[in-house]
Write a protein that binds this ligand. Structure first.
Ligand SMILES: [Mn+2]
Length: 325
């Protein structure tokens, strides 16, 4: 058994709850879907009544994951324990719990606000699913094949296929263990990360056609009209920003227009820059190498503000580096 007191605390929370609500963040990625399903299915196997909620539903690239059809967009009271997964603050969950803070918060974002009664936040973990893969056995939960498939998907997606700068041997060992439990790595990798629809490829084309390079700052925009023009059904960027992070640059910014006059901004940086600080300035959060924010307001105004702040951030970090070097 583990010596970490929080593991005992979490096992106790589970023991004392019959009805458990699990929620993750808006515009869910593979780590969000994988964490809700992985922990949700395990708690159900342990005899709990489980509700799994994603306010924006499950994106089509994760429709192959076991149990995904049971995920609802709205929570139904009552529940004895509510759990937030992979979300650094309460608004990020789409207020799925109402305004009450949840009982438990499990996350790996360095910007997490520790907003729950019990908080398990490990910024050294590559994915929330990696935290779960490591600790679920300590909480008395078994990782069956379907659960291993969900958790491995979260690790694959958040590490963009084991290649982000925060990768550790620990995550590779966890992935190996999940494979030993029956998860098919090449298949989950292909379905979750590589495979894209024709519409998604054309949607990329809209963003790629406008790509700008300002001395190492790479930026582009996706508009609502682009989605309509190419028939793309998602409300995300179809992973364009991750693709752009492979293009030579110091920093990548993608502005993605959303309904209800908001703009979803994503930053990607090469090692040595911490864009989570930039995202925090705009009310968002994330990791040093990958961060984002949802910013309300007119598109052009936000574009001007975000680009100005990002240019200033990059200039300041270059000056610092010049001094240090
Ligand atoms: Mn994550």
């Amino acid at each position: 058994m583990s010596a970490d007191p929080i593991d005992r605390q979490i096992a106790e929370l589970f023991a004392n709850a019959g009805r458990i609500l699990l929620v993750s963040h808006l515009r869910p990625d593979g780590d969000a879907v994988g964490a809700v399903l992985g922990l949700g299915l395990a708690l159900r196997d342990a005899g709990k009544h489980v509700q799994m909620v994603l306010v924006d539903g499950v994106p089509s690239s994760f429709h192959h994951l076991p149990g995904n059809k049971e995920i609802r967009r709205k929570a139904e009271a009552p529940w004895d324990l509510s759990i937030s997964l992979d979300a650094s603050d309460l608004p990020r969950t789409g207020w799925a719990f109402g305004t009450e803070p949840p009982g438990l918060n499990i996350d790996h974002h360095v910007t997490n606000l520790n907003f729950a009664e019990v908080n398990l936040v490990d910024p050294t973990a590559e994915a929330t699913c990696a935290i779960l893969a490591e600790r679920m056995p300590r909480w008395g939960l078994s990782i069956t094949k379907p659960i291993a498939e969900c958790l491995l998907t979260g690790i694959i997606i958040d590490t963009i296929g084991f290649r982000t700068s925060n990768m550790t041997p620990r995550a590779l060992r966890q992935a190996a263990e999940l494979m030993e439990r029956g998860a098919n790595l090449p298949e989950l990798y292909r379905l979750g990360l590589v495979s894209k629809s024709y519409e998604a490829a054309r949607y990329w084309g809209c963003g790629l056609g406008r790509l700008q390079n300002e001395d190492g700052l790479l930026w582009t925009v996706l508009r609502l009209s682009d989605r309509q023009a190419v028939g793309y059904n998602g409300n995300d960027d179809a992973d364009l920003v991750n693709m752009l992070s492979g293009v030579e640059s110091d920093l990548v910014v993608l502005l993605n227009e959303q309904k209800d006059s908001k703009v979803k901004v994503s930053w990607r940086a090469k090692p040595g820059l911490d864009v989570s600080k930039l995202a925090l300035q705009f009310g968002g959060g994330g990791h040093p190498a990958a961060a984002g924010a949802d910013i309300p307001g007119p598109f052009d105004e936000i574009q001007a503000r975000v680009l100005a702040e990002t240019r200033a951030f990059l200039a300041a970090s270059r000056t610092e580096k010049g001094k240090a070097g």
